[in-house]
Design a protein around this ligand. Structure first.
Ligand code: MD3
Ligand code: FE
Length: 220
């Protein structure tokens, strides 16, 4: 048997890491986090001990189907007053847990490869999708400086990502994001509308019955 057949077995990374250009400024590094995914998930457990997943409420009063938490100096929060970044976790009234070095290291390596050397995120939003959970089309515009990219890491069950344009009504393309995929969204793609279709039920060896997405941001 060839050694790669063992390393890249099953449906996730049945492929060696590879870079795909999606659009100007948008790059997917297929399998970029596959080799460090166990470290990321172990370090995530430490984060969850201090800041467990919770379902936020939108300003319109709807409970989000995606469960969220944060690590790093700033965390993204939503409530009936609006969306914002805050240094304090409203559930604990304490600072968010620090970003684990394994997170910072992967985010910086991914950004550097995509042409953003010196990327040092101050916020990591962690999303958990259980079967049926979805994220409707939105823009990420609560960050102060749109010159920095957003780096996202997909772990566990695959999801269909919707990539739109500069206006909500623009057509969308579908991109399957699988365990270990890392995407970098910068430049002209930074403010494009995007979302995630309802997660299909399944079981993944690394996460169980869910998908975890880490998004790294420069929020301050
Ligand atoms: C394209 N998360 O947390 S990650 C979010 O899979 C979010 O959990 C999705 O959208 C998820 O805000 C998508 C991919 C992503 C993240 C930020 C983007 C794509 C983006 C910003 C601009 C354009
Ligand atoms: Fe987003």
């Amino acid at each position: 048997m060839q050694p790669t057949a063992d390393l890249f077995a099953a449906d996730d990374a049945a492929r060696a890491p590879a870079i795909e250009a999606l659009a100007p400024g948008a790059i997917v590094w297929r399998g970029g986090a596959a080799s460090c995914s166990a470290d990321l998930l172990a370090d995530l457990q430490q984060v969850l001990g201090a800041a467990p997943f919770r379902h936020l409420v939108t300003p319109g009063g709807f409970r989000m189907s995606v469960a969220m938490t944060n690590c790093g100096a700033l965390g993204w929060v939503s409530d009936t007053r609006g969306y914002r970044y805050d240094a304090i976790d409203p559930d604990s009234d304490r600072a968010w847990p620090a970003m684990p070095p394994s997170f910072v290291d992967l985010a910086a390596r991914a950004a550097a490869q995509a042409g953003y050397p010196g990327f040092r995120p101050d916020a990591c939003l962690v999303n958990r999708y259980e079967p049926g959970a979805r994220l409707s089309l939105h823009q990420d515009r609560n960050e102060r400086d749109f010159r920095a990219p957003i780096v996202s890491v997909s772990l566990g069950l695959p999801a269909v990502f919707l990539f739109g344009g500069g206006q909500r009504s623009d057509p969308t393309t579908r991109v399957l994001l699988r365990h270990g995929d890392v995407a970098i969204w910068g430049g002209p793609s930074r403010l494009r509308y995007h979302g995630v279709l309802a997660l299909k039920d399944g079981e993944h060896a690394a996460t169980g019955r869910c998908r975890i997405n880490l998004t790294f941001r420069c929020a301050a």
